[in-house]
Write a protein that binds this ligand. Structure first.
Ligand SMILES: Cc1ncc(COP(=O)(O)O)c(C=O)c1O
Length: 371
């Protein structure tokens, strides 16, 4: 599968490769919500954290801004404790290594980020065997999980965990509902498995359902949330769970080189992100729905109504592939990755307002109807 070879695709450097309009059109970047820049308030928060004297060496536990972010995040997620880590990938692998042992297997959805896009880290760093299963729109049903759990027999690896991705990126920002999380977690726990939630976009799910984020993770043992996607912070993720889990995770973070010194300069914008940026994710969802409404009747286009900020365009019936779409959109200073199989992924984010979204819809409508 082509997308397996390159996550970022052939135009991962599209920003520099895109054709530059002589009219200096604004670049509209729909490659990911990770392209969001920090807000002015975030930059001010970094400066005031520095001036307040609350920064310190977090490796020896002396940065009060980091403590504040960790405590606030634990509260928001309804967990005993939280830990700041460098990235979503690091948060996921730390969570898995902290709860499974060398030689164990972990059940993952076959199109999940932990399976496809994290460098095989659970295997290379932890000697853990990922066991991919097919989900329904990204969701591993309890029945599928049960069938995947290996018997207690020396021929098999011991099944230790299952991972839920919420929202599920590759399925198109699809939400895993609280009752689905509970059903899967109950089954996992009955079999003695731990449950990790890759909640890189958990807050998108929460605002879309109008529920507190903790409702989505009350049945899981560990969760990872990203500050640097739609929430617009420049760096960082947090993992949360029991005190015991965080104690173990802290060890793994150190081993993986994730102990950071004056990490309050990352935590300060992170506090702004979790306190002030969650609600505005609704704008991204509304823009994704707007694009869907404009495109849904295009002949030959396969498209599903987005639940959050990610919209996929299925190109299988059209006379253009994802690289072609990326090339054509690039001529209008609109950036998308060119290698998502025969699909194009559009990720609405804070840098793209309604006016920009209208321009994207205009360009796509005329491109797709001219094929
Ligand atoms: C669902 C999901 N999980 C985890 C990650 C990893 O986050 P990071 O890029 O911060 O390592 C991503 C990144 O795009 C993601 O989409």
């Amino acid at each position: 599968m082509a997308f397996m070879h390159s996550y970022l695709g052939t135009n991962s450097n599209a920003k520099t490769q895109a054709w530059k309009s002589p009219y200096a059109m604004k670049t509209i970047d729909l490659r990911s919500d990770t392209v969001t820049l920090p807000t002015d308030e975030m930059i001010e928060a970094i400066v005031s954290a520095h001036k307040s004297g609350r920064l310190g060496d977090d490796v020896i536990g002396e940065d009060d801004v980091v403590h504040e972010l960790q405590e606030k995040t634990a509260r928001i997620l309804g967990k005993e404790a939280a830990l700041l880590v460098t990235s979503g990938t690091q948060g996921n692998v730390i969570s898995l290594l902290s709860q499974a042992s060398r030689g164990d297997e972990i059940v993952v959805e076959e199109m999940s980020h932990t399976f496809l896009f994290e460098g095989g880290s659970m295997a290379s760093l932890g000697g853990i065997f990922p066991k991919p299963v097919k989900g329904i729109r990204g969701y591993i049903t309890p029945e599928v999980l049960e069938a995947a759990i290996s018997p207690d027999d020396a021929h098999y690896a011991e099944t230790a965990m299952v991972v839920i991705e919420n929202t599920h990126n590759y399925a198109g920002g699809v939400i895993v509902r609280p009752e689905q999380v509970k059903a899967l977690a109950d089954t996992a726990h009955q079999h003695g498995l731990r449950v990790h939630c890759d909640g890189a976009r958990l807050f998108n799910a929460a605002v879309a359902l109008d529920v507190p984020a903790k409702v989505l993770v009350e049945d899981v043992d560990s969760v990872q949330i990203c500050l640097s996607k739609g929430l617009s912070a420049p760096v960082g993720s947090l993992i949360a769970g029991t005190e015991e889990f965080i104690h173990e995770a802290h060890r793994w973070r150190k081993k993986l080189g994730g102990g950071m010194r004056q990490a309050g300069i990352i935590a300060a914008p992170g506090i702004v992100a979790i306190e002030k940026m969650v609600d505005r994710l609704r704008d991204d969802h509304a823009n994704a729905r707007y694009l869907y409404e404009r495109l849904k009747d295009t002949e030959g286009l396969v498209i599903e109504k987005p639940e959050t900020n990610i919209l996929f365009l299925g190109l299988q019936n059209l006379n253009i592939d994802a690289a072609g779409i990326a090339r054509e959109l690039g001529k209008h200073s609109i950036l998308v990755y060119g290698d998502y199989g025969n699909r194009t992924r559009l990720v609405l984010n804070r840098m793209v307002d309604r006016h920009d979204t209208e321009r994207v819809a205009d360009v796509l409508c005329s491109l797709l109807t001219s094929l």
